[in-house]
Design a protein around this ligand. Structure first.
Ligand code: PMP
Ligand code: GLN
Length: 381
């Protein structure tokens, strides 16, 4: 498995999923939901596919979906967005991130990332000629360290990348931290790429918060969402970018040369999904909170040290003395083979792979799957 700051290698998600298939293990490694797809959204896709058209949709995305993204931003975040000039549809958040990096970063530009960091950012920033500059966060609170961030800024810094709600920490970045980042953007003339794919997966009455909602930096923030997470259809690969038109334009130009468009029937179905009443979004949160409690509660009862989860569908388990060598990757391989449950090591979210403190389990699964996974891990332990 490659370092997130090295040449392009095998992603940990691919590596662990492959091992899970080979060993017929329950796959709680790579994050993807099981049995949570809303049937009415799937039906909307089937209907749209029957009806066509089947040719390239508009480069920026179907108007219906761009309008739905804007309407959602108003409904859930109280932010006005011009759907014609400020929304771009992409083939997943992964493409949106690549478009943003290729569109906004010039060779030599530095981009500040917060570790533990999602593995696609640094790889693509590098290929775009940029220089990823990691800043580390410390468990158990994973708060943004203002002093370390200030120190990481240089004359070459162009952007910061933020992921909130945060994979793999399961936390929501707080108002004060966002305030600090907003000031940083203004002070050093930076832009922020804000990966908010888990925006709707927030629990216990918490609210998603975004830099994009702070008026003084509204024109410096690229907000990225994903239908994969919001509708539990990760295979669909429909994402969306929202940004001021001056920021969106270069991102859309990059999109022309990466995928150009995204399957129109899936766009139509996602538009239908985003227009669902609040109860759909509330229901998703409630179901995931229940699954979280099942996994976290079950693992704790079995003696594992599991951190609380505010948001996302990931839970972090402390490695402690679970592995004789303190090797989180070896531990993940061992439980996959021996217990029949796959997880993901936190070291793959660090450029130097030197932090091995936790392993990540995905709880967006059927009840029976989680119960069986807990049984296996308890018996193994
Ligand atoms: N960002 C983060 C933080 C993620 O966890 C994921 C994961 N799946 C993505 C981006 C990619 O989303 P998509 O599947 O829409 O490409
Ligand atoms: N985002 C998912 C995760 O963190 C996986 C996406 C992928 O396989 N690249 O597990």
């Amino acid at each position: 498995v490659s370092s997130v700051f090295g040449a392009i290698g095998t992603s940990i998600f691919e590596a662990m999923s492959r091992l899970a298939v080979e060993t017929d293990a329950i796959n709680l490694g790579q994050g993807f939901p099981e049995g949570l797809e809303p049937q009415e959204v799937v039906e909307a896709a089937i209907e749209a596919l029957r009806a066509g058209p089947h040719q390239y949709p508009p480069m920026l995305g179907l108007p219906a979906l761009r309008q739905a993204v804007a309407a959602n931003t108003r409904r859930f975040l109280d932010i006005e967005v011009d759907w014609e000039q400020e929304v771009l549809v992409t083939s997943g958040a992964t493409e949106a991130l690549s478009d943003a990096f290729f569109g906004l970063i010039e060779p030599g530009d530095e981009v500040i990332l917060f570790e533990p960091v999602y593995d696609s950012y640094a790889t693509i920033i590098r290929r775009a000629g940029g220089v990823p500059v990691p800043v580390r966060l410390d468990p158990p609170r994973w708060e943004l360290p203002a002093d370390r961030i200030e120190k990481a800024v240089t004359r070459r810094t162009r952007a910061i990348v933020l992921n909130t709600p945060w994979n793999p920490t399961g936390r929501i970045v707080g108002d004060e931290e966002l305030r600090f980042l907003a000031d940083l953007l203004l002070k050093h003339d930076l832009v922020a790429i804000s990966d908010e794919v888990y925006e709707h997966l927030v629990f216990d009455g918490r609210r998603h918060r975004t830099l994009f909602a702070l008026p003084e930096v509204r024109n410096r923030v690229v907000r990225i969402g994903s239908a994969g997470k919001t509708f539990s259809v990760t295979g669909w690969k429909v994402g969306y970018v929202t940004a001021d038109r001056r920021l969106l334009a270069p991102i859309a130009r990059a999109h022309q040369f990466i995928t150009f468009t995204t399957p129109p029937a899936l766009q139509a179905a996602v538009a239908f999904g985003l227009n669902q009443p609040d109860r759909y979004f509330d229901g998703l949160r409630a179901t995931l909170a229940e699954r979280r409690d099942l996994l976290v509660g079950g693992l704790r009862a079995a003696g594992f040290k599991v951190a609380g989860v505010e948001a996302t569908y990931f839970a972090l388990v402390e490695l402690g003395d679970l592995d004789p060598n303190g090797d989180d990757f070896a531990f993940c391989q061992r439980i996959t083979r021996e217990a029949g449950v796959a997880a993901v090591p936190i070291s793959s979210f660090y450029g130097n792979r030197d932090v091995r403190s936790h392993v990540r389990f995905c709880f967006a699964k059927r009840r029976e799957t989680l119960e069986e996974a807990v049984r296996r891990l308890a018996a193994w332990r």
